[in-house]
Design a binder for this molecule. Structure first.
Ligand code: UDP
Length: 330
């Protein structure tokens, strides 16, 4: 298939591009390279440094490359930043997606797999999270993604030939097992990379954001899914799309690990006893988030290959050891 990947120079998008090309698809990447890395883009993909808000340019690319399906990853994705700069998030994530949908409409492209998030649920009343639970985001990032889910549902309702799947990610982690691409964020705030930076000696200490949560060891629990499993789910979703589809799936492994368990695993994988301190809670962190992932397993036959957190961390560790300064700074 001819697939357009937005955000294909980013962490998750670049892993999707690699998997799509390895599965025999033709890939065009649209990325404004604001936070993405040129070097993360597979050499067999065509890279267009276009911003999603450039509707005319997008339409031209969609038509020129006879795109049949769009995988839409491009977005800003820091919860804290979204609270400080809400308009930046609504502009990039919501307006950008609106522009993309308009370009798709103009070019007659009627398939999309969309990167949504468990942040659209806000603070759920029950665990695990099922897709039918109320969506009540607690930050602009979550709202910006929920707006796009809504746009997609309305577009699908108005056009019986349109079909989409929105995948609500839990915590995406790890790097390509073959070590070719990885994770490089600036600033880095996610737990696994932060721990690995400490193991490499790039940080003196890591801080646990609160150990007074109502969880067994007092630290927050999250559901970590390996990035290669996650992109595999996108390909299954793309292949299963039909006219009129409006599908929503949680995408996690269906079990949670606490921050303390994550630290223990990272120390075991790296063999480094890095320093850990306890800090205050980080605003906006729900105590527990983990998926009920039955729907995607039943509908698409999706089964994650990585179920042991140590294996997930190992793939990230291999990348961080080989690229301690990331992509551009080597
Ligand atoms: N966390 C932490 N210290 C850090 C980074 C993260 O204790 O330096 C915790 C955070 O509070 C959350 C979990 O680790 O409970 C995962 O955080 P991350 O930022 O990786 O992902 P999020 O769940 O916010 O999307």
């Amino acid at each position: 298939m001819n697939v357009l990947v937005t955000g294909g120079a980013g962490y998750i998008g670049s892993h999707a591009v690699k998997a799509l090309i390895e599965a025999g698809h033709r890939v065009t990447v649209v990325d404004n390279l604001d936070r993405g890395h040129k070097r993360a883009v597979h050499e067999k993909a065509t890279l267009e440094p276009v911003d999603l808000r450039q509707t005319g340019e997008l339409t031209t690319v969609l038509q020129r490359d006879a795109i049949e399906c769009v995988m839409h990853f491009a977005a800003l994705a820091y919860v804290g930043e979204s609270v400080d700069h809400p308009l930046r998030y609504y502009d990039n994530n919501a307006t950008g997606s609106l522009s993309l949908l308009r370009a798709m409409h103009a070019a007659g492209v009627r398939r999309m797999v969309f990167s949504s998030t468990c942040a659209t649920y806000g603070i759920p009343e029950q665990m695990p999270i099922v897709e039918t639970m109320p969506q009540q985001p607690i930050n602009p990032y979550g709202w910006s993604k929920l707006f796009v889910e809504r746009m997609l549902a309305d577009v699908a309702a108005a056009d019986p030939g349109f079909g989409f799947t929105a995948l609500r990610y839990f915590n995406v982690a790890g790097c390509a097992a073959d070590g070719t691409i990885g994770e490089d964020h600036d600033p880095e705030t996610h737990l696994i990379p932060v721990m690995l930076e400490a193991a490499l000696g790039k940080r003196d200490v890591i801080t646990i954001f609160g150990e007074d949560y109502p969880t067994p060891d007092g630290t927050c629990i999250r559901d970590y899914i390996h990035v290669e499993d996650l992109v595999e789910a996108h390909i299954l979703a793309m292949n299963a799309l039909h006219d009129g589809d409006a599908r929503f799936y949680n995408l996690g492994i269906g079990r949670g690990y606490s921050v303390r368990e994550m630290i223990e695993a990272a120390k075991a994988v790296t063999g480094v006893d890095f320093k850990v301190e306890i800090g205050p809670r980080r605003p906006g962190d729900p105590p527990e988030l983990y998926a009920n992932a039955d729907r995607i397993r039943q509908d698409l036959g999706f089964t994650p290959r990585y179920t042991d957190i140590r294996h997930i961390i190992e793939t990230a560790w291999n990348w961080f050891k080989a690229h301690p300064k990331g992509y551009e700074k080597e």
